[in-house]
Write a protein that binds this ligand. Sequence first.
Ligand SMILES: Nc1ncnc2c1ncn2[C@@H]1O[C@H](COP(=O)(O)OP(=O)(O)OP(=O)(O)O)[C@@H](O)[C@H]1O
Ligand SMILES: [Mg+2]
Length: 489
Amino acid sequence: MSHKMAKSAVSGIPTFGEVAAEDDAILEYFVQTDSVSTVVDGNKFLILGRKGSGKTALFRYFNEKQPQGSLSLALNLRGYPWAMHAKRGDPDAATAEQYEASWKYVIVTEFAQMVLSKVTGTSEWTSEVKSLRAFFQKNYGGTNVTLEDILRPSSLELSKTSFEPTILGCKLLSVSLERTGSQSGLSRELNALSDAIYEAASYVSQREQLDKILIHFDELDQGMVDFNEQRQLMLIGLILACRSINQQSIKSAVNVKSIVYLRTDMWERLSFSDKNKITMTNLAEIKWNEQSLKSLLDLRINKYIPGASWIDICDDDLMRGRQPKLTHIIARTFDRPRDVISFMNTLLEVSTPRRSAAGESQQFTNKDVVAARPDYSNYLKAELDDEIKPHWPSWDEALQVISGLGKLSFTKASFEAAYNITRLAKNFSSEEAMEILYDFSVIGTYSVQSGYGGSEWVFRYKVRKAKWDENASTFKLHLGLKEHARVNE
Ligand SMILES: Nc1ncnc2c1ncn2[C@@H]1O[C@H](COP(=O)(O)OP(=O)(O)OP(=O)(O)O)[C@@H](O)[C@H]1O
Ligand SMILES: [Mg+2]
């Protein structure tokens, strides 16, 4: 039965929420997308998303909600001592694998500590629990080691009461974490220890019939000035370590999975030999569409006006081109929650004076939506700065080149002519510059869609597989940047 609700006054909504999940009351209006089950089940552990797509929201959901059937450990790498970890690489390992062993050790010690915190009754007296406790006591003074301190010791002491892994028949008495010039086999020794810890923790988790333990890593991009090679190697190491632990766990039916949340642009920059394999089998992208973004909004509206949804807080007038307001707004985003929330908060703000005047509509009007666009456009540009600057610090000068052309759509030739007389041409060719802009969906191309026989604007955030087409000749700036760039339709 359909029931038409009366329109609700926008003034009932103080805010659509904070734009970063760390500050947002996310659990009050979390949207359960497909990503949630992807994180828990199956072999996809690399969760990719652009800035503002909802990586931290997922991370917080698991950590704070602790949904039934799993136990989550959320490891936030903001403030992580990357420089210290850099010294824990293995100079003898193949380049891409230099940090795999150290990350693997981090994961198994986190796993073991989680298991120890759940031990009850008779497991306490198993040799596995005793060994784990002795190991942590000896090396860290207890089982509450923070992530920052796991790799801090210069060496790990082993003994009969903890673990004595052997390599080629020799018992290891200690494992050095510090790389010293002449030493070799660092990864091998550390891996032998990690395996022993993993075995013991697995045994206890099975004995205690613990729920699946999920170890989440977020904020890998924090505190990063530029995405240098060492940082890239450490990221690759973490990804390889997660894959290795997850594979081992699936094989031996151990309930533990490690998950990495990563910005799409950073993943695209990495290069290592197993990248394609991982892309095919272990990668999942956070995806949103108009419908799921609408439910995200409706849940937020509901928090303040129970039972109300988006259509109740705006008038029914269609925008130019017979476009509903929400479609018009979402077309100015990259289909990311942060963009939508940001647009809505701007809309609230710019419409306040009008709504406060006597006799005015208490819903959002088309004029309000148009009035919100300039401030929103500046937000979108700033968000793109955060994404693109680590790759190309002066990308916005290329945006200025487009501003100079004056129009939302333009030809490759006109861009090239204007670009080539700027200082930017010294670093990137015009073609390379356009490709970067295209990769971040700052611009889209007009192209023939195979199979449809028609032509349309293609933006990468919509058609993920659409690779750069060097033969494309007509381009369009993303609508969300129109006001910032001061171009006309
Ligand atoms: N599933 C969801 N349900 C409700 N709100 C969400 C959801 N996903 C994201 N959001 C909201 O969208 C905004 C951006 O999300 P979030 O901060 O998680 O993005 P992110 O991918 O971590 O971005 P960054 O790369 O900048 O860290 C936040 O306000 C967050 O609360
Ligand atoms: Mg985040």
